[in-house]
Each structure stands twice: as structure tokens, then as C-alpha cells.
Design a protein around this ligand. Structure first.
Ligand code: ADP
Ligand code: ZN
Ligand code: ZN
Length: 763
């Protein structure tokens, strides 16, 4: 396709010297949401020049299409023949939708994360503002009345995609939003359209409804009369940073229950008193009505931004924040970009959470960007965690962040004891492969006897993660992806958790045709069933992404658990954080091992965090809590130190290993992933990149590793290779490698090249 707008200059040199003698008439630079790392110059026709400012959206011709972009600079000079430039078609705003502060932040983001400015801006703008006519409705789909198992089974053999679709809809407790449904089960529109034509599925456009989270009754959190000594000290010190407007970052380190949330609330009160605003980032899963209620009950009108809101709802919220009607914003990752005026404080709760990193372009880390945004606008940034990321810990140790510690729980008492069960020994002693150790069974028995509640955590959904052939030792894998299929018993299907494809469990090994296939390992579905067998009549709720199709399901299950209509809650990450139920006295981690063996240098850190975090769910009330951790690696430092509640010891050990290998926080990483259906193209391109960069990176003090197959070497039929670049802090290697990568990948349409700065996923 021909490029219509002309390049200003590669990103970074946006404002070329006024040398272009041929430049005539005002030009402006426009950032477009395209994977091209530069802005485009357009002519501003006289009738539009009045009042056009940076930060306003414009419609521009681009190739044969018309696109919406953001004007990022006015009166730029132009080095090329202006006759080849095209004029902007329309100015879409009367005043800038992106103010200068956010404009500069997105520019920084684009240069740091090596994406286009327009791509960074697209992360900031509500979807409605990204097209000229934003839709005001959502499309929902549901099964037609009377459609059920008969229709479903007729699709089973020949139309697996339609089958998957209809089944998911029949399982749901109500209509699902089309966009979410297709994304969740990884299907295109066409099987859905076929089912709609058949009359089996009904699709309806509805005006966006008010969000249940927005209208939820605030669940108050009483404002304590007095702060604890540690809290008061923390609020005082953060208050000083707030007033100084120096843009400081604070690491607030305190175990669960130490009163961090109350500190956030007080600091926000102080910011509001100064006429300033606040942003609170929490992990998506922790964005429950409970959390929102705490902030609402204290501050009244609080804007909530989360991923399941419709576009219209987001836009409405965004506008209210922009106009200053709402000065406190609570939300997941992208709420960082809320256009809060005169920002006083940014809180990042559970700052160690990997979900703050965005997994698609722009691949920003919301915690790191929060630090940057706060610094730029003189706000104080508060990073809170019981188990800080080692990056933040290192920053605090080096004095770059102010470390503030809350070292005791508000209501006193020691954190609940943690009992580690060696499952190898358990199996040896009981001579049977146990799902639940004897200690866990005894613990559950007494919980049930006393009418209390328990939470069982397992980081895997489905029944069993592996189907293994005894004869040849192979596991049954997805045909599209290099990944074992998970058995889902209720569906009677093997499901690929990468691409959502399904198949019937084979009777014999697809490799060697031997019939000796065995299920290995445990998923949440098996735990649920296991409980029912052991404790007849037990009331179990399961929360994982299989059972929680709608946000309402999540809230309903939690509410039922809160009313004590359930004895045990079984779940995946979904239940690891934020839940605060006083009558939970037992928490069982069914297997702490699943994260430990991932090919990721953060595997130990994640395991430590997970065990600590899940443990925090017990003993929140007056009752004694108990935690049981089942593992086959009881001597692993992550488990040993988590059991001792000793974060510092863990950090010391882990930092030693990281330093030896040059991993963060001692070095920065760039991960480059190459993906294509053509394996040769992928390998050769990866090698070409490596050859071109190896010496340059080394000269700048860094190190290039690879290329090699990615741990997930095949996904959806595409072969994946990756490169890793290690850049010691303070060396120029990061900048040098980033520049080289941008040059090498410019204009390359195949294979797909993903440049991930400060990667979080190593798969
Ligand atoms: P964290 O966020 O560190 O897990 P919270 O702020 O949620 O801790 O506090 C834990 C519990 O203690 C909550 O129930 C909260 O209402 C209560 N709490 C916090 N600060 C105080 C205080 N100063 N006085 C009395 N109760 C408090
Ligand atoms: Zn076999
Ligand atoms: Zn797959």
C-alpha cells in the first residue's frame, strides 16, 4: 500500500531543524495507530488551521482510507516536497483530548518501549475516540429459546467450532458480549454467523447498560479513628513527598493486614485536600465491588475503569475524569492513563503483579510507567506490596525509592502458621498418589465440623493437565501448538489452553498407538470432584475461567461464599488476592509446584509471591488461621522462606542468583520473538538479527543470547523463535539494541517480530 502522509523523520527526531526551504504553509505532525515507528506530516488547510492544537484528534487520508490520528505537533517544518503532502480532512475535537502531560508521557512510552507514538496514544484513548463514529451499543449473543443438547450434539462431529460456541453460550448464565466471547474461545465471526443464520443463536444490539460495578452499593470500610504508629509514620512521610511535588516513589512494604489500604486512603484524602487527584491501580482480578466499595465509601464519586466495561461506559467515565468531576480513579492497568487533573498521587497496589505488564503492543509495564508519570508531574507514587518485586526492592535498597515498612498486622498476632507437606513422602507413606495430604484432609474435617470455611488454591484449571503414554513416554499435544492438552472431564474433551482447540480424549497414543494412556496431574475440576467424594454433602464453589464466564458469576459466587452458603472455595489465581472473608480458617495450596518449573528466571519469585499471597487469605478475622502447602520441592528456597514469612531472606538468596546471571534487577532485558508459519523464514530472520546485533550489543557492554526456539515453540500453527538481550544497568546496551532492532525490523512484514522491553513473560 502506498503511504500517503509523508514521514517526518524516524521517531525521536520529530522536530527537524527548520532547514526545509521548500516548506510552505502550516504543517502538522500526526501520530497514527499503525505499527510504523514514526509520525506523518500533513498540510493544515487554512479553514482548519484556526484552533488546531496538539492533542486534538484529526481525520486524515492514509492510502485509500481515512484514519483517525492525534495531532502531536504544529508548525513542523518539512524537508520533502510539500506537493506530495496531503491535507488533513477534519479536526475532530474542539479542545485537546490528550493534554500535554499525557502527550509527553506517550511520547516517552513510545521511545522506551519501541512502539509508534500512535500506538502508545491508542492505549490512552478510549476506544470510542479512536474512530470517527464510535458505536454506542454493544452486541450480545445468547442461545435461541428451545435450543439445547439436541442441537449441540448435532454439531459435535462435523462443526467443532460451532459446537464450542453454542456449548459456551448454553453454559453461560445469561447473554455474553460478542467481543468477549469470541476472544475467550478464540474464534472468528463466521461460525457465529452460521449459527445465527440457522436461528440457533440470537444476536442483539443493546445500548450499553450501566455497569454493576459502578452502581454497586458501596461496602463501607469504617474510617479508623486512629492510625497505628507505623501507619501514621507512613502517612506522614508520604504526605511530605506529596507536598514537595518532587515526584518521589515510595515502596510501601507490609504484610497482608498491616493496613496498607488505609494508608492509601489517607494519602488520597491529603491529595484531595490540596485540590489534587489520585489514581489507584489494582490487578484486574482484585477489582471487585469490595475494593471499589472501600474507595467509594470514603470518597463518594470514584471513577472505576476495568476491562469488562463497554466502550460507552469507558468514554463516559473518561470524560467525567477529564472534566474534573471525578478526582479519584480506581482501575486496572490502563487506568494509569486516566486524564486526572493535577495528579497528586498514584497508588499501585500489589505492585509485584505480572498482570501490570501489557501483553500486546504497546508492551508497557503500568508500575514502571506509574513511576515515570508521577515523576513527570510531581505526584507521589506509592507502590504497595507484601512481597515486592525484586526490581522495586533493589530500587528501594539503592535509595531510589523511599522504603516504608509496616511490619505488623493491625490487629496484632502473628501471621498464620504455614505447614509444608512433602508430597513425595506422603505418597511413600500412604502408598497411593494423593490429591490431598492427610494433614489437609484433617484440616478440612475440622473446618467443616466447626462450620468455618476453607479456600483451596491450585493454579491449573481443568481436570488433568497431561495425558501421558506409558509406552513411549510422550504426552498428547495440540496439533497447532507445542503444548500438552488439558483434559476437561465435564466436557469430555482435551482442550488446548493456548488456542482453545478441542478434541475427544484419544483411546490410544497418537504417537505409538499403544493403548496405555494415563492422566497425570491435577486441575481445579479434579479438586472439586475429589472434595465431593471425600466429604459427601460438602458445598463447594469453583472459581476459574471455565466456570466464571460472566463478571456476575464471579460476584455471585463470592457473595454466596460471604453468606457462608459454601464451605469451600476452590480456584485458580482468581481467588489468590484481595478476598477478605473472616471465617476462612484454612487455606490449602494443593500444589505449589506448578509455577516453580516454568522456564522463566522469575519462577522462584512467582512461587514465593503466590504462596505468601494465598496464605494471606487465612485468619483475616478473629479466628485462628492455618495454611497447608503441598509440594514435591519442600526444600526450595521459595517455599522454605515463604513458610517462614521471610521476604528479606528470600530476596537475598534470589538476588544472588540474579546477579550471577545478569538478570533484572541487575540488568535489563529485551526479548525479541519471531513468529511465522514458515519455520525457515523464522529461523533465518532470527539468525540474521542475531548476527547483525551480536557485536554491537557486546561493544555496548551487553550480551545477546540465542536465537533459539521459544519455550512455546509452536502456537496456533506458527513457529516461534526468540532472542534475549541482557543489558547491564548503566551500560548503553539497551539503547543500542533497541535502535538496532528498530532498524532491522522496519518495513519487515514477515515474520512477525515482537520487541519486548523489560519482558515479563518468557514463554
Ligand atoms: P492491607 O491492605 O495491608 O492488607 P488493610 O488496610 O486492609 O491491610 O487493613 C487490614 C484490616 O485492618 C482491615 O480490616 C482494616 O479495616 C483494618 N484497619 C486498618 N487500619 C486500621 C486502624 N488504624 N485501626 C483499626 N483498624 C484498621
Ligand atoms: Zn505412545
Ligand atoms: Zn493449541
Amino acid at each position: 500500500m502506498e503511504r500517503s502522509g509523508k514521514q517526518v523523520s524516524p521517531a525521536g527526531g520529530l522536530f527537524p531543524d527548520a532547514a526545509g526551504e521548500s516548506a510552505r504553509g502550516p504543517f502538522c505532525a500526526v501520530a497514527l495507530n499503525r505499527p510504523v515507528r514514526r509520525e506523518f506530516t500533513y498540510v493544515v488547510p487554512p479553514r482548519l488551521s484556526e484552533g488546531l492544537l496538539p492533542g486534538m484528534r484529526v481525520a486524515v487520508p492514509f492510502g485509500r482510507r481515512r484514519e483517525v490520528g492525534v495531532c502531536v505537533a504544529m508548525d513542523v517544518s518539512c524537508e520533502i516536497d510539500p506537493k506530495r503532502l496531503r491535507p488533513i480532512a477534519a479536526v475532530l475535537d474542539r479542545e485537546p483530548v490528550i493534554d500535554l502531560e499525557l502527550l509527553e508521557l506517550t511520547r516517552w512510552m513510545a521511545s522506551y518501549y519501541a512502539c509508534a507514538w500512535g500506538e502508545a496514544l491508542a492505549a490512552v484513548l478510549p476506544a470510542h475516540l479512536k474512530s470517527e463514529r464510535g458505536a454506542r451499543h454493544v452486541i450480545r449473543v445468547r442461545p435461541a429459546p428451545g435450543v439445547g443438547s439436541k442441537e449441540l450434539s448435532s454439531l459435535e462431529e462435523r462443526w467443532p467450532q460451532q459446537h464450542r460456541l453454542l456449548r459456551t453460550l448454553l453454559e453461560a448464565s445469561g447473554p455474553l458480549e460478542r467481543r468477549d466471547l469470541l476472544k475467550r474461545i478464540n474464534l472468528s465471526l463466521s461460525p457465529l454467523q452460521t449459527l445465527i443464520r440457522k436461528g440457533w443463536i440470537i444476536s442483539e444490539r443493546i445500548l450499553a447498560e450501566p455497569d454493576e460495578l459502578l452502581s454497586a452499593e458501596p461496602r463501607p470500610r469504617a474510617r479508623p479513628e486512629e492510625l497505628t504508629e507505623a501507619q501514621a509514620a507512613a502517612v506522614g512521610r508520604i504526605g511530605e513527598h506529596l507536598t514537595s511535588r518532587e515526584g518521589r516513589t515510595v515502596l510501601l512494604w507490609g504484610v497482608t493486614g498491616s493496613g496498607k489500604t488505609e494508608v492509601y486512603l489517607r494519602v488520597i484524602e491529603a491529595a484531595l485536600e490540596q485540590g489534587r487527584g489520585a489514581i489507584v491501580l489494582v490487578p484486574e482480578i482484585a477489582l471487585t465491588p469490595q475494593t471499589v466499595g472501600w474507595f467509594r465509601s470514603r470518597f463518594g464519586d470514584v471513577a472505576v475503569l476495568h476491562s469488562q466495561m463497554t466502550h460507552a461506559q469507558r468514554l463516559a467515565m473518561w470524560r467525567r475524569v477529564r472534566q474534573g468531576e471525578c478526582r479519584v480513579v480506581v482501575g486496572a492497568r490502563s487506568a494509569l492513563f486516566a486524564p486526572v487533573r493535577d495528579l497528586g498521587v498514584i497508588v499501585v497496589d500489589e505492585e509485584h503483579e505480572p498482570s501490570f505488564k501489557q501483553g500486546s503492543t504497546p508492551r508497557y509495564h503500568a508500575r514502571d510507567l506509574a513511576v515515570v508519570r508521577a515523576k513527570r508531574c510531581g505526584a507521589v507514587c506509592v507502590l504497595g506490596s507484601a512481597t515486592p518485586s525484586l526490581e522495586s526492592w533493589a530500587n528501594a535498597s539503592a535509595g531510589r525509592y523511599d522504603l516504608i515498612r509496616l511490619d505488623r498486622r493491625v490487629h496484632g498476632g502473628d501471621p498464620p502458621p504455614l505447614q509444608v507437606i512433602d508430597m513425595r513422602q506422603e505418597v511413600a507413606e500412604t502408598r497411593s498418589p494423593a490429591l490431598f495430604s492427610r494433614a489437609l484432609i484433617t484440616g478440612l474435617e475440622s473446618v467443616l465440623e466447626r462450620g468455618e470455611q476453607a479456600i483451596l488454591f491450585l493454579n491449573r484449571r481443568g481436570w488433568s493437565p497431561v495425558l501421558w503414554c506409558r509406552a513411549c513416554g510422550e504426552t498428547v499435544k495440540c496439533r497447532q501448538c507445542d503444548l500438552p492438552l488439558t483434559y476437561h472431564r465435564r466436557l469430555e474433551r482435551m482442550v488446548c489452553h493456548a488456542c482453545c482447540e478441542e478434541q475427544r480424549p484419544p483411546r490410544e497414543c497418537p504417537g505409538c498407538t499403544s493403548p496405555g494412556l494415563r492422566f497425570l496431574g491435577t486441575g481445579s475440576e479434579k479438586i472439586e470432584d475429589g472434595l465431593a467424594v471425600l466429604f459427601p454433602g460438602i458445598r463447594v464453589g469453583r472459581m476459574d475461567s471455565d466456570t466464571m464466564l460472566r463478571r456476575e458469576d464471579y460476584e455471585r459466587t463470592l457473595a454466596a461464599f460471604g453468606r457462608r452458603e459454601l464451605d469451600v472455595l476452590v480456584g485458580t489465581q482468581m481467588i489468590a488476592k484481595g478476598l477478605d472473608f473472616p471465617s476462612v480458617t484454612l487455606v490449602g495450596i494443593v500444589s505449589a509446584d506448578s509455577a516453580l518449573h516454568l522456564p522463566d528466571f522469575r519462577a522462584a519469585e512467582r512461587t514465593f509471591q503466590l504462596v505468601s499471597q494465598v496464605s494471606g487469605r487465612a485468619g483475616r478475622g478473629d479466628l485462628e488461621g492455618k495454611i497447608i502447602v503441598q509440594t514435591v520441592a519442600p526444600d526450595h528456597p521459595a517455599i522454605v522462606q515463604a513458610a517462614r514469612h521471610d521476604y528479606e531472606a528470600f530476596a537475598r538468596i534470589e538476588l544472588g542468583e540474579r546477579e550471577a546471571l545478569g538478570y533484572p534487577p541487575f540488568g535489563r532485558l529485551i526479548r525479541v520473538v519471531f513468529e511465522d508459519a514458515d519455520p525457515t523464514l523464522v529461523r533465518e530472520t532470527a539468525e540474521r538479527f542475531a548476527d547483525a546485533l551480536f557485536d554491537r550489543v557486546a561493544q555496548a557492554g551487553g550480551m545477546l543470547l540465542g536465537p533459539s526456539e521459544a519455550p512455546m515453540a509452536l502456537v496456533r500453527g506458527r513457529v516461534r523463535y526468540h532472542l534475549l538481550i541482557k543489558a547491564p544497568i548503566g551500560s548503553g546496551a539497551l539503547t543500542c539494541a533497541r535502535k538496532g532492532l528498530i532498524e532491522l525490523s522496519a518495513g519487515l512484514s514477515r515474520p512477525r517480530v515482537v520487541i519486548d522491553i523489560d519482558p515479563v513473560s518468557m514463554l
